[in-house]
Write a protein that binds this ligand. Structure first.
Ligand SMILES: N[C@@H](CCC(=O)N[C@@H](CS)C(=O)NCC(=O)O)C(=O)O
Length: 222
């Protein structure tokens, strides 16, 4: 019997890490994708979370959890010996820092750019130019950090890498190739380069984390 069920959308960047880590740690997590067009699914979503947001976790024991970073930490903690929660006394706080950075800064910026292009509803309307500037600043911070560190917490991979890096890779490639921040801070659309050469931000992020065999295995198994 599954340890619990994750209710989410397909795809959902806030669920990538939860699904990847549960597979990596052999945690039996059922995943149910809710369809926006299905009234029964929408009724279930409202019942599970009146904010109508995913992901939502419901355990076999009835324990219910919303908020993706809490779900990720809870699911990971089902493997008591996992190294993915870090090794040092400060690891939990550093992990929390990166999860919060991604959930509160990076993902809203990406969502503010991508959701209008996909014609999907964004609960809080955002200015695309502001989001592009925020995204470039966030990526610069990530790139600088990952140039001096193999993973976000240093030498060992943690749930922070699974949460922060995979949702960045595809939207970043798209956004960085199709938009450019000018010297004066304004953003203008740009045609994708014919060669589609990865830009520095994407290369830095991917080289240092996404392309490590462990993270690639986890990310592709979802
Ligand atoms: N604070 C929540 C935010 C969840 C959230 O914004 N989820 C988005 C998808 S990433 C959502 O459900 N939007 C409504 C929808 O997709 O219908 C969390 O961290 O889990």
């Amino acid at each position: 019997m599954a340890f619990g069920t994750l209710y989410t959308r397909n795809p959902n960047p806030r669920s990538f890490a939860i699904i990847a880590v549960s597979k990596l740690l052999n945690i039996d997590l059922a995943v149910q994708y809710l369809d926006r067009e299905n009234p029964e699914d929408e009724a279930l979503l409202y019942k599970l979370n009146p904010l109508r947001q995913v992901p939502i976790f419901v355990g076999e024991d009835g324990f219910k959890l919303t908020e993706c970073t809490a779900i990720l930490q809870y699911v990971t903690s089902q493997s008591p010996t996992t190294p993915l929660l870090g090794h040092t006394p400060t690891s939990p706080y550093e992990i929390q820092k990166w999860l919060s950075f991604a959930n509160s800064d990076l993902l809203p910026a990406i969502g503010g750019i991508i959701l209008p292009l996909l014609r999907l509803h964004n609960a809080v309307q955002k200015d695309v130019q502001d989001c592009l500037r925020a995204l470039h600043a966030d990526l610069a911070l990530l790139q600088n950090h990952l140039q001096g560190n193999k993973f976000l917490l240093g030498d060992e991979i943690t749930i922070a890498d699974y949460f922060v890096i995979p949702p960045v890779e595809r939207p970043v490639a798209f956004a960085a190739q199709s938009h450019r921040v000018r010297g004066d801070g304004t953003v203008r659309p740009e045609r994708p380069a014919a060669s589609a050469t990865p830009n520095a931000a994407r290369a830095g992020v991917c080289r240092s984390a996404c392309e490590t065999p462990t993270l690639r295995a986890g990310a592709t198994s979802r």
